[in-house]
Write a protein that binds this ligand. Structure first.
Ligand code: ADP
Ligand code: MG
Length: 575
């Protein structure tokens, strides 16, 4: 159990304050995460890593000379927001460009890609490399869909060392990609983890069993098998990792035997004894193995084995010195003095532009619609959480509540300052994306922003046709960012039919209210029908079979939101 906390809601923030105080020599806080406490040379590539919290020492524990320049810190098991990544990237960049690297999770990918877009637009060259080391999470044919687990550490280490050596952005990116391609991990879960404040673990592994193919966000293993003696477990892990040995392997490997948070170091050494013996027997040379906790999952019990198939170049950076809060090797030293002032919250305020009368009225109506959505989502929080816990990570209820609640607040404030539809919905979307975390948060946030942009701030009149086109623009943005198709079991399975039906209704001469009502019925039916689908994207994909029979949580909440807006439109007399 996670037992020590003040308020579960501020667990991560409290931990970060303590971390920064204890590691003031290495890191300072900036909005969204941390950057090195020492100045780095102008022109050095900045390597910024990140992801949700709950994985310490990943990710802020590896900020320092020889390793990362900064870490973006999300909530527990939740992707940081676009704003977070953007701010940390901006604070870390020193004129040599920026490499973002995170595990390959939809939420992280979208947020870091959006942050990349913004940084590039400001002239900061940015590259993103997503780690895909988990062999259990997809087949070789679908390698690009694999998750990043303990192999994150290898890729971050190689990229960090290459940047420290003064290589340019193209080279650092090339090496990060090469390290990722040479890295494989296989893990097993022995017991689930507990979110702070929760009274039960996110999942249980029955006595005498293990979950093969662990995730690091409280996802249960992909298959349940009998727990064998440590030596047989070591063999199983190694066989699985060696099964995908690259053709050009020179039989030199870096290795990580990683504990997930509640596995004793002694237990890890027992497993390592067999792994190392077998590797020697098979003719491998193991270079600088790491046995310990490098990427954890709160208090989860489990173990994973990572191998990185080395060549001279990868070996150089795998073995290079580093000096960070949680990982020290050889003699790495900070070269610069204390860091000049990093970004503060004050630097980040945005100005609100006033909208036309019609647009400001539409903005007010958007506030009312968001309030109605917030009420409905709060009432459904537990149901949505349960639905998401079947094959996902159980955070959909909380994420939606946080997102919509902060969106209402931001929308109100913008509307009170006279903003039009675009301003109100941009404020709402940005607040939603930055507070909700998770895949659905970033997609909802971006969709509201696009929907608002289509309505604009200056319209003299907003017609039902404009609203239908705006909803379509929101749906298009989700598709562009999330790259999901109809039938992939996502919120799009409710949203695309909704947008179609709305447009058809309006074109057929229905009032906005009536067209919306009919479309929301379509969305509701389509959301229910997702129960028969297998997820092809997102966190639920590795557990696709388990998800059969349960509707998609994101489609369900979306349909719910469309339903409550009917009454808002009717009350406003939207003909
Ligand atoms: P996370 O999956 O990051 O934990 P949530 O639990 O809040 O985020 O949201 C999960 C929902 O997000 C899914 O039920 C699905 O509807 C939606 N989703 C996931 N990936 C995508 C995607 N690529 N495109 C559209 N929607 C997606
Ligand atoms: Mg989820």
């Amino acid at each position: 159990m996670t037992k020590l906390f003040n308020d579960p809601k501020t667990f991560m923030e409290d931990a970060l304050v303590g971390f920064l105080d204890a590691n003031a020599r290495y890191a300072v806080g900036v909005p969204g995460g941390v950057v090195r406490a020492s100045e780095t040379p102008q022109g050095k590539v900045a390597v910024v890593v990140g992801g949700g919290s709950g994985h310490y020492p990943a990710f802020c524990g590896v900020v320092g000379p020889g390793f990362a320049d900064g870490a973006v810190v999300g909530n527990i098991f939740t992707s940081p927001s676009t704003d977070d990544a953007y701010h940390v990237g901006k604070a870390a960049a020193q004129g040599g460009g920026l490499l973002f690297s995170t595990g390959n999770y939809a939420g992280d990918v979208m947020n870091f890609n959006l942050a990349q877009e913004r940084l590039e637009a400001e002239g900061i060259r940015t590259r993103n490399v997503y780690v895909t080391d988990d062999v259990a999470s997809a087949s070789v044919q679908e390698k690009h869909k694999r998750r990043g687990i303990a192999g994150d550490f290898v890729v971050f280490k190689v990229a960090g060392a290459a940047a420290e050596a003064g290589l340019d952005l193209d080279e650092v990116e090339r090496l990060a990609i090469k390290a990722n391609e040479a890295t494989r991990t296989m893990g097993v879960g022995l017991e689930g983890c507990t979110m702070p404040g929760a009274d039960d673990k996110l999942f249980h592994v029955p006595a005498g069993k293990m979950g093969v193919g662990l995730g690091i966000h409280g996802e249960p293993g992909i298959a349940e098998e009998d727990l064998p003696p440590a030596s047989e477990l070591a063999t199983l892990l190694l066989d699985r990792v060696l099964a995908e040995e690259p053709a050009d392997s020179i039989k030199r490997v870096g290795a990580i035997l990683n504990g997930l948070g509640a596995t004793k170091y002694e237990e890890l050494f027992v497993v390592w004894k067999t792994v190392s013996g077998l590797l020697k027997e098979k003719g491998y040379t193991v270079v600088d193995p790491e046995v310990g906790e490098l990427v954890t999952s709160l208090d989860m019990a489990g173990v994973s084995l990572t191998l990185v198939y080395l060549d001279d170049e990868l070996e150089t950076y795998w073995t290079a010195p580093a000096d960070t809060p949680a990982y020290k090797k050889g003699a790495a030293v900070a070269v610069g003095g204390p860091r000049r002032a990093a970004l503060s919250e004050e630097d980040l305020k945005v100005e609100i532009a006033p909208g036309s009368a019609a647009s400001a009225r539409a903005g007010m109506l958007a506030v009312t619609a968001l309030e109605a959505m917030a009420q409905a989502i709060r009432d459904a929080e537990d149901d949505l959480a349960r639905m998401d816990a079947i094959a996902g990570d159980g955070d959909h209820g909380r994420g939606m509540v946080k997102g919509v609640t902060f969106a209402v607040e931001a929308a109100k404030s913008a509307s009170d300052q006279g903003a039009g539809a675009a301003g109100v919905l941009a404020a709402a979307g940005d607040a939603w994306a930055s507070k909700a975390g998770g895949t659905s948060g970033v997609l909802w946030g971006a969709a509201l922003r696009s929907l608002g942009a289509r309505l604009g701030d200056e319209a003299e009149q907003i017609s039902a046709t404009d609203v239908a086109a705006a909803v379509q623009a929101g749906a298009d943005r989700i598709q562009e960012l999330g790259k999901a198709q109809l039938g992939d079991k996502t919120m799009l399975d409710a949203l695309l039919p909704f947008a179609d039906a709305l447009r058809q209704g309006v074109e057929g001469g229905k009032s906005l209210t009536e067209a919306w009502r009919a479309a929301s019925q379509v969305a509701t039916t389509k959301a229910g029908e997702t129960a028969g689908l297998r997820p092809k994207v997102g966190r639920a994909r590795p557990l696709a079979e388990r998800s059969l029979g349960t509707p998609d949580p994101g489609a369900t909440s979306l349909a719910m939101c469309t339903r409550v807006v009917v009454d808002v439109l009717a009350a406003a007399g939207k003909e």
